[in-house]
Design a protein around this ligand. Structure first.
Ligand SMILES: [Zn+2]
Length: 306
């Protein structure tokens, strides 16, 4: 049987909040319950927001929770030379073209479409003449051409999800005008090279899966199994974010044991009838995706109070 390889892919831009811990816990439980291994990688493409000190704290917080990993791969900020190779592969296949559209041009043409706010790109720059390209003074972003076909995701939590990239997304950017590779390309390359077989992450990234599956097929990687887990909501319905300092790991560690926190989250996920204290190892015994709820989870008001 194929060995299961999962991953943690946190962004070191601050302390993990309750929602990040929720997804990390489920990723770990799924892989460890099958005797698989975990890969850790820091997603620090946005070097303006990320810091190595945050990465140190993230590792410490994961270990405090009992969520360990077997190998840490190089952070994304150190891998542009690797992403270059895959970019050239797309270029050799004749699938890339420069896009000179400004942000306001893109936003004016279309209404937001995908749940992550991606706009459907109408292909404005797909067939620019060499003369037209030469007339632009600014550097272009680079888009990959998408074929008209349906991409099917059989998600372990959300069930069937499908998208036709041509109509639901359009040709998408793989490298920004400033030369930075976008999340979609970096994640596909990192997961593919690490041999990741299972991707567990927040529901807000479900609409990214078809773009990543398309890139996986172009780069020659297997499609991983996806599990997009519910988002955690505050009692007033807003999504938790790193701005909710009252729910970050610093505050949580000050008032709870790891077992209390995991028990609370396991109960929220549908894995325990009551929020009783439990270790990660105990939860891994008998873990099944069938017990994980798929709808958003509203956290209790007392959890928010420090
Ligand atoms: Zn364009």
């Amino acid at each position: 049987m194929e060995n299961c390889i999962g991953r943690f892919a946190p962004t070191p831009s601050g302390r993990m909040h309750l929602g990040n811990v929720f997804a990390a816990m489920l990723a770990w439980l799924s892989v460890r319950s099958k005797g698989g291994s975990m890969v850790l990688r820091m997603e620090d493409l946005d070097t303006q927001r990320t810091k190595t000190e945050y990465a140190d704290v993230l590792r410490d917080d994961l270990l405090w929770l009992g969520l360990d990993w077997d190998v840490e791969t190089a952070p994304q900020s150190q891998r542009s030379h690797v992403y270059d190779r895959y970019f050239r592969l797309l270029e050799e296949k004749g699938l890339l073209y420069p896009c000179y559209c400004t942000r306001s041009q893109l936003h004016n043409v279309n209404a937001p479409h995908l749940s992550d706010g991606t706009y459907v790109y109408p292909g404005t720059c797909r067939s620019l003449t060499a003369e037209k390209k030469a007339a632009f003074t600014r550097a272009p972003a680079w888009r990959v051409t998408v074929p008209q076909r349906k991409w099917q995701v059989e998600d372990l939590v959300q069930g069937h999800y499908e998208e036709d990239l041509a109509t639901d997304c359009g040709d998408f950017v793989v490298r920004r005008a400033d030369g930075v590779y976008v999340y979609q390309l970096a994640v596909t390359v990192d997961d593919g090279e690490a041999g990741v077989t299972e991707v567990v992450r927040g529901m807000d990234l479900l609409s990214s899966a078809p773009r990543q599956m398309y890139l996986q097929s172009l780069f020659g990687f297997h499609h991983p199994q996806y599990a997009h887990v519910p988002m955690l909501l505050a009692p007033d319905g807003r999504r938790l974010s790193k701005r909710d300092g009252d729910l970050d790991m610093g505050a949580l560690r000050a008032r709870m044991t790891p077992e209390q926190l995991l028990g609370y989250l396991a109960h929220a996920a549908g894995l325990l009838p009551h929020p009783e204290a439990v270790s990660a190892k105990e939860l891994a015994t008998g873990f099944s995706w069938q017990n994980v709820r798929k709808d958003d989870v509203c956290i209790s008001a007392d959890m928010l109070q420090a």
